[in-house]
Write a protein that binds this ligand. Structure first.
Ligand code: UD1
Length: 375
């Protein structure tokens, strides 16, 4: 059996690791394609190093551009790679433009598509990721859902039960595997934050950073919070570009470039509060039991609010400051436990793959090659 994973952006890389390890442990052939949607060292290479990910077998060098450009470029450049490999399954991860481009390309070539993190919905179609999620789920054959609400969403959209598999959250696998290293890395000490309350903030959603007024208000709010509690703010390249063009310097905040996975996890795990608009951090804070405020009107991960530590807050000064001070005063509650977020999602996923993806036909030229290679 040949499986191709297509990844392109930071949140994809975090999901690839446990799947790649599990496929390797079962001696399944796995080819990794990097679309190049994210390309800076600290947005891409650092994750491959940190998470010990397999070196990509193909790099499509798509780079930045509009949504149409990125999606189309992934399709054009991936098609010949998939035509040549003719894999038994193409795995796509999450909800970025690379996910959609890869799923469409594979489906149009008649290849089976597996979607890791299927069924999440914010019900906000102004978010590019929501469109990516809906279309990818529509054309995927295997839908790996992280939680029961995701299964309900797929059912409500009329997606047949046979393809839907509740396997859990693969990002929590990554977290469980990296947490011991994150603790010994001592990131809080390296940032001068050891033994004191501090806040970690990240912002990169277009709705928060692409409008000058909103971005200015968010930075002002963080600065005000920073007067009483240090705020560490790793700045995403998109946010960095907007801040630079508006002449916003982030005074009063501890700004740093995007951090590697292990360093960021170590910082989040010892923080008192996270303020973010990221999807992954909502889940990671819930698993770790760290209070999280998400500066967005909706979330595709409602389970982090209903059963976790997350709370949605408008991207406005008063609302955020009140919620942040309240969270800091109350401190962390009991650590939530969410079913299937147990570090064994990749095992369950690959088991499903082995049970449901048909073995290659004996006339398949790849079988002949591998048989002759091993004889
Ligand atoms: C993308 C995903 C988003 C995810 C985020 C995580 C889509 C639609 N969005 O958003 O869901 O949460 O990644 O980071 O796919 N840039 C660099 N270097 C890089 C990558 C990006 O400088 O390595 C800059 C470029 O100016 C680029 C901009 O950031 O134009 C935005 O990058 P892009 O991949 O389009 O979207 P993200 O905002 O990163």
């Amino acid at each position: 059996m040949l499986i191709v994973s297509v990844v392109g952006a930071r949140p994809n890389f975090m999901k690839l690791g446990p799947v790649a390890k599990e496929l390797a442990s079962r001696r399944l052939r796995h080819v990794v394609v990097h679309t190049g949607q994210h390309y800076d060292g600290d947005m891409s290479d650092a994750f491959f190093r940190d998470l010990d990910l397999p070196h990509p077998d193909h790099h499509l060098a798509v780079g930045p551009g509009s949504h149409a450009f990125q999606t189309a470029a992934v399709m054009q450049r991936l098609e010949p790679v998939l035509e040549n490999l003719r894999p038994d399954l193409v795995l796509v991860y999450g909800d970025v433009n690379s996910t959609l481009g890869a799923a469409l390309t594979a489906a149009k070539l008649g290849l089976r598509v597996g979607h890791v993190e299927a069924g999440l919905r914010s019900r906000d179609r102004t978010m590019p990721e929501e469109l990516n999620r809906i279309v990818t789920d529509r054309i995927a054959d295997l839908l790996f859902a992280p939680s029961d609400d995701a299964v309900d969403n797929l059912r409500a959209e009329g997606i047949a039960d046979e393809g839907v598999h509740l396997v859990g959250n693969v990002m929590i696998d990554t977290l469980c595997q990296a947490l011991p290293r994150a603790r010994t890395f001592e990131a809080p000490r390296r940032h001068g934050l050891e033994g004191r309350p501090y806040v970690v903030a990240t912002l990169h959603r277009p709705s928060n950073v692409d409008h000058a007024g909103t971005l200015r208000e968010l930075l002002e709010t963080l600065r005000e919070l920073g007067r009483s509690t240090p705020v560490l703010f790793p700045v995403h390249p998109r946010t960095q570009a907007r801040m630079a063009s508006l002449g916003l310097r982030g005074d009063g905040l501890r700004l740093c470039p995007p951090l590697g996975y292990v360093e960021m996890l170590g910082l989040v795990a010892s923080s008192s509060l996270v303020i973010t608009d990221s999807g992954g951090l909502q889940e990671e804070t819930t698993f770790l039991g760290i209070p999280c405020l998400t500066a967005r009107p909706t979330t595709e991960r409602p389970i982090t609010c209903t059963r976790g530590t997350n709370r949605l807050v408008p991207s406005r000064r008063t609302a955020l400051l009140t919620a942040a001070r309240d969270a800091l005063r109350r401190g962390p509650g009991p650590r939530p436990v969410i079913q299937w977020w147990d570090g064994r999602t990749a095992q369950r996923m690959v088991q499903v793959v082995c049970e449901t993806v048909p073995a290659p036909r004996r006339s398949d030229p790849r079988v002949a090659v591998s048989l002759s290679a091993s004889s």
